[in-house]
Every structure is written in C-alpha cells, then in structure tokens.
Design a protein around this ligand. Sequence first.
Ligand code: NAP
Length: 307
Amino acid sequence: MERFDIAIIGGGPAGFTAAVYACRAGYSAIVFEKASHGGQMGITSEIENYPGFARVDGFDLAMKMMNQAKGLGAVIKTEEVTSVDIGGREKFVTTTRNQYEAGAVIIAGGAKPRLLGVPGEEQYKGRGVSYCATCDGMFFRGKTVIVNGGGDTAFEDAVYLSNVCEKVYLVHRRNSFRASAASVKRAQAKENIEFVYSSVIEEITGDGMRVTGAKLKNVESGEITEIGCAGVFVAVGRVPDTEIYAGKLDLDGSGYIVADETCRTNIPGVFAAGDVRTKHLRQIVTACADGATAVKFAEEWLTEITE
Ligand code: NAP
C-alpha cells in the first residue's frame, strides 16, 4: 500500500493550497479529486475577487493551482474516495481504485449542488436540468432557459448564459438578492435576462425526453404560471459532501465538518479545510487560507507521531 505523509481529499483551492504548503515543507502529499479539477472554482466562468487577478477564468485558475502543486511533487489522483479509516494513529483512505495510508488527512472536499427536490428534476437531469452553466451552457445556444436562485452563482450563471442563449429567466423565491451588488448590476444590464421575483419552481416539465418548461408558483399570490424553456439551471446553493464522514467526525446540523480556525477536527491528525468546514465566509481566498493553516497544524501532528 502506498503511504504519504499527508492525504488531501478534494482538489479545489483548499486542497491544492494544502498540497503546495505540504510539499514546500518537505512532506509527501497526495490529492484525490472526484471528477474535475478545481471543485466549484473550476466551473466558475469569471472570478474577480481573487487577489492578483483582476479577472480570471475559474478553470484556468484551477489548472494553475493544480500545476503548481504537481510541480512541487504532489501526486494528483482522479479517484473518488469511498471510505476512510481515520480513528487511529495511521490513517487509511479507500478510493474506487486503491487503498492508501497516510500520517495525516486533510478533508477539502467542498460542497455539491443543492437539489430543488421537485417533480421532473431527477427525470430530466442531464436532459435539460443542469447544475453547471459553464459546463452545459453551450447545449442551449439560441434557446430559452431558466436560472433558479438569488446568490452569486445564479447571477454569474445568468450573465454567462445570456451571452449564449436567446433568453434567460432568473427565478428567485424572494424580491431581494443574496448576490453581491456588482453581480446584480451586471445581470440587470443584460436585455435578455428577465427577473421573476417571489417565485419557486413547482415542477420541471418535459416531453418524456427533454425539458420543455417549468411550472412556477408565486409565493405571495399563490398564482401558478408556466414558462416554456429548454433548460433549467439550478443554482440554489450547495451542501457539504460529507456523507462518508458521518458517525466518524463531528458534523454540524447542516452536515459541515466542525473545525475551528486551526482546521482541527475532533479526531487528531484529521483536518477540514475550505467550504466543507464550519465557517463564516466560503470564498476561494478563505479556502486557500484554510489549506495553508491545515498543513501548519498537520505538521504539529506529524512531528508528534514521529517523536
Ligand atoms: P448561496 O449564496 O447560498 O445562494 C443560494 C440562493 O438559492 C439563495 O438566493 C437562496 O435564496 C436560494 N435558495 C436556496 N434554497 C432554495 C430552494 N430550495 N428553492 C429556491 N431557492 C433556494 O449559494 P451560491 O450562489 O452557490 O454561492 C455560494 C457561496 O459562493 C456564496 O458565499 C457566494 O458569495 C460564493 N460565490 C462567490 C462568487 C464570486 O465571488 N465570484 C461566485 C459564486 C459563488 P435566499 O436568498 O432566499 O435564501
């Protein structure tokens, strides 16, 4: 079984930063990614709040971070972690392909899209229902789509899709937005984005093969309307990807791994970094900061177990 000083679960900004710091400190490090590089950052079209880059494509930034980690010697594996055995002094990580041993584990698995849970969502997933505008937007060129949500992701998705699609409806359950003023302003300047306030999607409708529309309910009047569209982009937030740690690590009521600014969890030698941990601000910079911090405290643990 291959052994690394630090096993890092998740290849987003927290995971790659942890790998950079681990390798520069002289530790061997392996990063496990589920599917694509960069996590949520990797599917963000434009990032304007990462210092040093006035505007950068999320995938490009993800590749830069990954290549930096790789260049310093980190091993990057596209293998989904299916279980962990982290209670003892030595830690074990099992993936879809292998089992690995590690001195410390940094969990940086981020979060996955929150589902709407309405009829039609599951049936038309990948057939008009999408959770990633930059991945799937091109399939809706010249068509009408709905973006659901009122946060930064929904607004960025709407602006991105407005450049590809004929028309974008931005459906939000309230009449004020969680998204930053800058994101809202940019979307409001787009002539082909129409805002539908105080409304929720009741059902995603289709012809059995593909999405053809969505039934909306106005939460104030109760009125039901239907919008014809070829796609529904769900951008209603994210939930932590922590099922495999339930019963092993302390999680909060929403499933985030309980860890403070040191990134230490309730199990010695196991750290949580980035969006997956309990924290106030989930951004790329704060995820990077966690990656660095987690390595600092992992170093303490590794020193302790080797003395
Ligand atoms: P978010 O900020 O949590 O927003 C989720 C939105 O979905 C909210 O408007 C929420 O409505 C709505 N919502 C939640 N559950 C819903 C449901 N069941 N049905 C209908 N609507 C629902 O999530 P996010 O936009 O993915 O952003 C996550 C974090 O990443 C945020 O901190 C955000 O600032 C950050 N981010 C930053 C950037 C950037 O800076 N470039 C880009 C993307 C994301 P309510 O408002 O009514 O609760």
